[in-house]
Ligand binder design. Structure first.
Ligand code: ASP
Length: 354
C-alpha cells in the first residue's frame, strides 16, 4: 500500500495537471493499473506471458494516431495482473479520479486494467466516482507482444469514448472488442477469446469502431452522481467474503468466515441463489446475530428472485437481484462502510437500485 501511494504521489508531482498540447482536443488522463494489455511474453504465438510489465507511456506511444483523439497524460497507479487488484487500489483510484475530474482541464479518464476483475473495478468506480465526465476501462485478452494483440485498438477506442461528449452521464464504461459496455451489466463470460466481455441481460450500450463512437442504450442502475456512496477519506472497507455453492457445499463456511472477520457474506448459490439446508440454517443463525448474507448465483446470467425457493424474510437473507456475486459483494462492502447497522430491508433496496 505504502509503495503504491508513494509511486502515486511521485507521479502526481511529476505530472501536474497541465495539458500543453492541442487546445481543440479534450484532455484525457490515462490511469494505468497493469493487466494483459500491459503484459509481455517470450513468444508472439505462445499462450504464456506475464501481465503488468509495460508502463503507460510506452503503451500510449505504441498506438498509432491516438494523440489525434485527445491530449493524453499517463499516470501509473500500479502495475499488476488484476487477479491482484485490491480494495486499497480501488480506493486510491476512486479518490484520484474524483480529484482529476473536479479540474476544469480534465475532460475524461481512461483506466488500463486486467480483464479478470475489470468488471469489479468498473462497478466499484460506478458507485464511487462523483462526476458525469466519461470514465472508461480498457483491457486486452492478448498480451502486448502477442500476434494480433487487441490492446492497442482497445486503448484507441477507449480514448475515443472518453473523449466523446456522447459518453457523458453514462456512468463508468468498459470498452473492449469494439463494444461499449456499462459497469452495471458487463461480465467476463469467456476465459480467453477477444470477445470475452458481454452484457447478457441488458446488451451493449454502443460501439466504438476505429474511434467512431455510437450509443444505442442507457445504462441500468444508479451510478456516479446519483450514487449515495462516497469514499472520500476512506482507507479500507469491511471484509465481505463469497461462498461458492455446489452439491454438498460445506455447511460450516459461514461460521468460519465470520470467525475470520467477515462482516458480510455473499453466497454464489446454485440456480436461483439456492443453498443447501445446512448452509441455510447457518445463514439464519448468522443474520440473527447481525451478519448480512446475500444470496447471489453461480449461474452467470439472470437475476436471483426475492422469495424464490428461499423466502428471504424467513432467513434474514437478501437477494442479489441482477448483481453477480462479485458485484453484490461491492454493494455490501460499501453499504456496511456507510452504515454498519443497515437493515435487511435497506440492503435489499440497494441490491435492486444499484
Ligand atoms: N490475468 C490478467 C489480468 O486480469 C488477464 C487479462 O488481463 O486479460 O490482469
Amino acid at each position: 500500500m505504502r509503495k503504491i501511494f508513494l509511486a502515486f504521489l511521485l507521479v502526481a508531482f511529476i505530472y501536474p495537471s497541465a495539458f500543453a498540447q492541442n487546445k481543440n482536443l479534450p484532455n484525457i488522463v490515462v490511469l494505468a493499473t497493469g493487466g494483459t494489455i500491459a503484459g509481455t511474453g517470450a513468444s508472439a504465438t505462445g499462450s504464456s506471458y506475464t501481465a503488468g510489465k509495460v508502463r503507460i507511456e510506452e503503451m500510449i506511444d505504441a498506438v498509432p494516431n491516438i494523440r489525434e483523439l485527445a491530449n493524453l497524460k499517463g499516470e501509473q497507479t500500479t502495475n499488476v495482473g488484476s487477479q491482484d487488484m485490491s480494495v486499497e487500489v480501488w480506493l486510491i483510484l476512486a479518490n484520484r479520479i474524483n480529484e482529476l475530474l473536479a479540474k476544469d482541464d480534465v475532460d475524461g479518464i481512461v483506466i488500463t486494467h486486467g480483464t479478470d476483475t475489470q468488471e469489479e473495478t468498473a462497478f466499484f468506480l460506478n458507485l464511487t466516482v462523483k462526476s458525469e465526465k466519461p470514465v472508461v476501462l480498457v483491457s486486452a485478452m492478448r498480451s502486448s507482444t502477442a500476434l494480433s494483440a487487441d490492446g492497442p485498438l482497445n486503448l484507441y477506442n477507449g480514448v475515443a469514448v472518453a473523449a466523446s461528449p456522447k459518453a457523458k452521464g453514462k456512468g463508468v464504461l468498459v470498452v473492449i472488442n469494439d463494444a461499449i459496455l456499462s459497469a452495471h451489466s458487463v461480465k467476463k463470460m469467456l476465459t480467453t477469446p477477444v470477445h470475452a466481455f458481454m452484457s447478457p441481460e441488458h446488451g451493449q450500450l454502443g460501439t466504438a469502431n476505429f474511434g467512431l463512437v455510437e450509443f444505442f442504450h442507457e445504462p441500468h442502475g444508479l451510478h456516479t452522481i446519483n450514487s449515495q456512496f462516497s469514499v472520500v477519506g476512506v482507507k479500507s472497507l469491511p471484509r465481505v467474503d463469497i461462498i461458492y455453492g455446489c452439491a454438498d457445499v460445506s455447511t460450516d463456511l459461514i461460521d468460519l468466515m465470520v470467525k475470520a472477520g467477515a462482516k458480510g457474506i455473499v453466497i454464489a448459490g446454485v440456480g436461483d441463489g439456492n443453498i443447501n439446508k445446512g448452509t441455510l440454517a447457518a445463514a439464519k443463525k448468522a443474520t440473527k446475530k447481525g451478519t448480512h448474507i446475500v444470496r447471489a448465483s453461480r449461474i452467470p446470467v439472470g437475476a436471483v428472485l426475492i422469495h424464490g425457493e428461499v423466502v428471504d424474510t424467513d432467513y434474514g437473507t437478501v437477494a442479489s437481484d441482477e448483481l453477480s456475486p462479485q458485484k453484490a459483494r461491492i454493494v455490501l462492502m460499501l453499504a456496511l462502510q456507510q452504515n454498519k447497522n443497515i437493515s435487511r430491508e435497506e440492503l435489499q433496496e440497494l441490491m435492486i437500485n444499484y
